[in-house]
Design a protein around this ligand. Structure first.
Ligand code: AMP
Ligand code: MG
Length: 487
């Protein structure tokens, strides 16, 4: 275990120089205080969780103090936002404080979001509000606990600093951890500004640090792109299987590592709804739940375009062609497991599709359905779940097929079935209304609810005593909360 002043830095991105990022100091928050910290994320830095409660912790992550070895930098990038190219974006309110490596030799970027203005702030104030910082914190750690690749969050620091959004709110900072903060948009920036040397330097950096095994391949850059395609296919399959809606899949929000990144108006589905749009500014539903799959490919094509100086167009197209089949294979594998199946049959895909259609028509809770399905034998479970469906004949027909399929799958005890299914079907997910309750309490100075919710979500598959209220469908007020882009 380390004390806060024992972190070891190795700022590899900063060393790329001024063409890639600009030195900017954090702008401190007034009266910084700890809202919540993640013990699991603290462990990634070998930090003793107890240090989160010390005043110096809030000073460091509230922008008042800095390690001597930190080199805070705002990164430059660009990206396609809602399909249109924006030539220059960049860290407008976040700073890469430095890269820390732990005892296991892993490097972690320390990125402080809400740290004040930078040369890339455009019209913004460089700040993040408490509400959005809590949402990012909870989502990163909840996704990780579900087994979905994501950036991590160390802590949220609250403050008295006034920040104006639709109304006056208070500023906060979230400390984000990732092995890299390089986005698709970094490659697009150097491609569209016609800076081939810097682009090559960036590509070498990513290859050497994050895809070293691709060096062994005859065409290392192509191997790296293929790996990025594969990781995105797998990540998006997990989003779809668990009902996660990102909300702003712009290419500047897509990580080069294939992890869930940059949380805005995200949501987990309550009722299953393939057409769900979680961002109320997304009028055309570009980033609706079911569109995430083709948009994943669209984003990879935008990255492929930026890689044309290094890789032939034919090879890029071939690699892009891997996306959909890989996505489908991962998705089906996950959905089979969610249904308690251990074998594969050709008709499993229509079995899943029919179920989702029935759930959609009846507004069935996506998370609780699968959890309850594993509570008992297939026959008993479907008999109990039947009441949730409007189209009873449709559900009965599906249930017969499902029971027959389960019987062909193998002979398991109810106990074995429950154990297997509960290990992949969470009881607790980050429902918007749960986040909203925690935010409302935090805005009035009570952080206990954020901390409790974070704790519950860190073990989403384990039933926790006394936590029944976190495993409920939303009350009426919490069903269709509009989450704005403002953050
Ligand atoms: P986002 O929607 O958070 O992914 O941000 C898109 C771009 O706008 C990024 O370049 C951000 O750094 C920038 N941005 C968002 N909010 C602010 C803000 N309050 N101040 C400055 N820049 C911001
Ligand atoms: Mg962003």
């Amino acid at each position: 275990m380390k004390a806060l002043d024992e972190l070891t830095f190795d700022n590899r991105f900063a060393r790329l120089g001024d063409a890639f990022s600009t030195h900017v100091l954090p702008e401190p928050l007034d009266a910084p205080r700890l809202v919540v910290a993640s013990d699991a994320a603290m462990a990634l830095l070998d930090l003793d969780p107890a240090v989160a409660e010390t005043p110096v912790f809030a000073e460091l992550f509230g922008g008042h103090k800095l390690w001597a070895e930190a080199e805070p930098r705002a990164m430059v990038y660009s990206g396609h936002q809602f399909g249109g190219y924006t030539p220059q974006l960049g860290d407008g309110r976040g700073l890469l404080l430095g890269e820390v490596y732990n005892q296991a030799g892993e490097h972690w970027d320390l990125h402080l979001k809400g740290a004040g203005m930078t040369p890339y702030s455009r019209m913004g104030d460089g700040r993040a509000v408490l509400r959005s910082s809590i949402r990012e914190f909870l989502a990163s750690e909840a996704l990780y606990a579900l087994g979905i690749p994501s950036s991590r969050a160390l802590c949220v620091i609250g403050s008295d600093t006034p920040v104006w959004r639709e109304k006056q709110e208070r500023g906060a900072m979230v400390l984000r951890l990732a092995h890299s903060h390089i986005r698709f948009g970094h490659f697009e920036y150097f491609y569209y500004t016609k800076k081939p040397e810097q682009q090559a330097e960036l590509a070498e950096h990513v290859l050497n640090l994050h895809y070293p095994e691709c060096r062994e391949q005859p065409e290392p850059y192509l191997a790296m792109f293929r790996e990025i395609v594969e990781r995105n296919a797998e990540m998006i399959a997990k989003w779809q299987a668990y009902g996660f809606c990102h909300g702003v899949m712009n290419t500047d929000n897509m990580s080069i590592l294939g992890i869930t990144f940059d949380f805005g108006p995200f949501a987990f589905l309550d009722d299953f709804d393939a057409h769900f749009i979680c961002n109320h500014s997304d009028h055309e539903g570009r980033y609706s739940f079911s569109n995430q799959v083709p948009i994943g490919q669209w984003n990879l094509s935008a990255l492929a375009q930026a890689l044309t100086p290094f890789i032939s167009v034919d090879a890029l197209k071939e690699a892009l062609g891997l996306y959909l089949p890989l996505y489908q294979a991962h998705y089906l594998d996950l959905m089979r497991r969610r249904l308690g199946l251990t074998t594969a049959e050709d008709d499993d895909q229509p079995l899943v599709e029919r179920l989702l259609k029935l759930m959609q028509n009846s507004g069935v809770d996506y998370t609780l359905f699968f959890r309850r399905l594993g509570d008992e034998s297939a026959a008993l479970a479907v008999a109990r779940l039947r009441d949730d469906f409007v189209d009873l004949a449709g559900f009965d027909a599906w249930a017969e097929q499902y029971k027959a399929r389960v019987a062909r799958d193998g002979d398991y005890s109810e106990e074995q079935r429950r154990e297997r299914m509960h290990a992949v079907n969470p009881l607790y997910i980050l429902r918007n209304y749960l986040a909203q309750n925690a935010i409302a309490a935090a805005e009035s100075g009570d952080y206990s609810e954020v901390r409790r919710l974070h704790e519950v979500l860190s073990k989403p598959f384990e039933e926790q005593a006394g936590m029944e209220q976190y495993a409920q469908r939303p009350p009426d007020w919490g069903k269709h909360l509009e989450i704005s882009c403002s953050s």
